[in-house]
Design a binder for this molecule. Structure first.
Ligand code: ATP
Ligand code: MG
Length: 609
């Protein structure tokens, strides 16, 4: 391929639309162009990268026994109603693009394919003898992300590899899950990526194993917490840790745990309260009022209690709320803070914001027009474990000191709701402390269990002759996100430094002066020779100054550059490795022997390390 035929337009300046290095570089080097927020054209260079990534994925999935297919992107709403996900994916913060056809039937544009695959499995897989099966596809997915950003990292249209497996029993599912784990590690290593596997939130499904693969990078949107001994790594959404010990509050001698009033005018935050009275935040129980909106039924007011020095993990809260009310009310669509305006709209009296205690009474909800009339009360372990604490008195300008759960006549529903933090002690070994790294989620593997097969009545006949729902797993890789993550992990001040296995071209041949026929001829000859040897070569045949071509070469990030300059007259060329040290003078006729073994090794990525 010739640069002159590549419709290559490189930019000297950073485009205003890009915030992170990989996004800037892909735009500047002419790999992608934005059409609308989260919607990108993959230009010829990018498409070559994406095809290489897809090929690595394909080879490893095939080697693990998975079957490639291609499933419809237009999916009938009906299927999603059967799994119970239509409302959750289309209303509230739902991310499915949806539309109506000319007959008025509703359809969604596939953000994921569990529903489609489950009905196919039910249709085709009738007997345990046909199991296990693992079906995958590499395809464009559509998600109306609330905040599309960072180029291909969070697009609204992006390429994913998704696989779905069917099993007769849980042990077989666990085997395929482990095989996918191994395949994923090989895929990322072959693509030249350093990725770590972390425990992930498995949503409201509960119990099932789920693991994410994170490419570590400062620009990552996920926070990963790891133990220094390498035995624990989890997404913060899911991470558990030991909270710091609280500073003990002496129990109030006379109040019997009901708490003694303390005047706290204007002290509406934990910080103000503690500063005003010499308290420690770990002695306080703080109470948050939230509203959960569901697919069906009345919005549910929540009263959530945490120790004053702890932060709420919203993912854990959503899971806990869904576990308690999901079966009755369907998908949880939204969690929002209860505000004075929301109360007024319900015809409810104002509440003492800043002074809530866990004993806030249900009767305050009695006049509500549309909400459930009792609070769902959830208490984090850290708060539940306090034997004496300070909390709001549910009156403006007043707190209670020396309260206890018993003394307030409460029997808390205790759950893990706190966000683990860097520096916390680890559960497996309190001598270890969690460390934080940022990561880009490039893959996610998941034991779905029988959630979808039960909801959609997808069954097979077992060896014993009974009809049973399938055990299922699903396994995703963000192919386009992975390609950009590789740039985030491999670049320098001059441009991209592609890992060779996924570089659009392996070698760039640059005649320093294309107008010199000796240089031009030798460059042509070497390109042809490399191409014949199966190397992906790009020839910079433009009539530009050498400096311009070198600058573009660095920006493009092709791993090897062969410079055909003045030495061409004596049959000598210069070999430069992108990001390597210095250059090497070679006889042109020895170039192939020198380069081929190195390229072959680099095509294997980090596998041998
Ligand atoms: P995230 O938490 O980043 O929104 P997710 O958990 O919703 O991702 P999955 O449903 O697990 O994503 O999708 C499988 C893979 O697809 C992810 O691991 C990620 O690599 C990729 N992916 C998901 N959403 C996007 C997106 N909007 N743009 C590009 N890639 C994406
Ligand atoms: Mg995920």
């Amino acid at each position: 391929m010739r640069v002159s035929r590549l419709m290559l337009v490189t930019l000297r300046e950073d485009p205003a639309e890009a915030e992170i290095a990989s996004h800037k570089l892909l735009l500047r080097a002419g790999y992608i162009r934005r059409l609308a927020p989260g919607i990108y054209a993959y230009l010829p260079l990018m498409w070559r990268v994406l095809r290489k990534v897809a090929q690595v994925v394909r080879e490893e999935m095939d080697a693990a026994g998975a079957l490639e297919a291609l499933l419809p992107q237009l999916q009938p709403a009906d299927l999603w109603r059967r799994s119970g996900r239509w409302a959750g994916y289309t209303a509230g913060e739902g991310i499915m693009f949806h539309l109506e056809d000319r007959q008025g039937r509703q359809l969604g544009l596939g953000p994921t394919h569990e529903e489609v695959v489950t009905v196919l499995g039910a249709d085709l897989l009738r007997s345990y003898r046909q199991l296990p099966v693992n079906l995958y596809q590499i395809q464009t997915k559509f998600r109306d992300e609330i905040r599309p950003r960072f180029g291909l990292m969070r697009g609204r249209e992006f390429i994913m590899k998704d696989a779905y497996s069917f099993h007769a029993d849980e042990a077989c599912l666990a085997q395929t899950y482990a095989a996918m784990d191994r395949a994923y590690r090989r895929i990322f290593a072959r693509c030249g990526l350093r990725a770590v596997a972390v425990e992930a939130d498995s949503g409201a499904i509960g119990g099932s194993a789920s693991q994410e693969f994170m490419v570590t990078a400062e620009a990552g949107e996920d926070l990963i917490l790891t133990s220094p001994d390498g035995r624990y790594a989890a997404n913060q959404e899911r991470a558990e840790s030991l909270p710091p010990d609280p500073v003990l509050l002496p129990a109030g001698p006379r109040s019997g745990g009901a708490g003694e009033p303390l005047a706290t005018p204007g002290e509406t935050t934990v910080e103000q309260l503690c500063a005003g009275h010499g308290l420690d935040p770990s002695q306080v129980v703080k109470v948050l009022l939230l509203l959960a909106r569901f697919e069906d039924g009345a919005p549910q007011p929540l009263l959530v209690a945490l120790r004053g020095d702890q932060q709420l993990n919203e993912v854990k809260l959503s899971n806990a709320v869904t576990a308690r009310l999901g079966a009755q009310h369907g998908a949880l669509l939204e969690l929002a803070a209860i505000t004075a305006e929301l109360l007024a709209a319900q015809g409810l009296d104002p509440l003492p914001f800043g002074y809530f205690g866990p004993q806030l009474e249900d009767r305050l909800l009695a006049g509500s027009r549309g909400w459930a009339r009792t609070f769902l009360r959830l208490v984090d372990h850290t708060a539940a474990d306090l034997t004496a604490f300070v909390c709001g008195a549910n009156r403006i300008d007043q707190h209670l000191v020396g309260a206890s759960w018993q003394g307030l006549n409460l029997s808390p529903d205790v759950v893990d709701l706190r966000a683990a933090q860097p520096g916390d002690r680890c559960c497996h070994d309190p001598a270890q402390r969690l460390e934080a790294t940022r990561g880009i989620e490039v893959g996610h593997i998941f034991q779905l269990g029988r959630k979808y097969s039960t909801a959609m009545e997808a069954c097979f006949t077992s060896e014993a002759g009974s009809s049973e729902p399938f055990w299922m797993g699903c396994y995703g890789i963000g192919v386009s996100r992975l390609a950009q993550a590789a740039v985030e992990q491999h670049h320098d001040a001059d441009g991209i430094r592609w890992p060779l296995a996924i570089a659009p071209f392996e070698v760039l041949v640059v005649p320093a002066n294309a107008a010199d026929p000796v240089q031009a001829d030798l460059a042509e000859h070497l390109s042809a020779q490399l191409e014949e040897a199966g190397v992906d070569v790009l020839l910079d045949d433009r009539p530009e100054r050498a400096g311009v071509k070198f600058k573009d070469g660095d920006l493009l990030g092709i791993p090897w550059r062969v410079v055909v300059g003045r030495g061409a007259a004596e049959g000598r060329v210069e070999l430069v490795q992108r990001g390597g040290e210095g250059s090497r003078d070679l006889q042109a006729h020895g170039l192939l022997d020198h380069l081929l073994p190195r390229i072959r090794r680099q095509r294997r990525g980090l596998l041998e390390e």
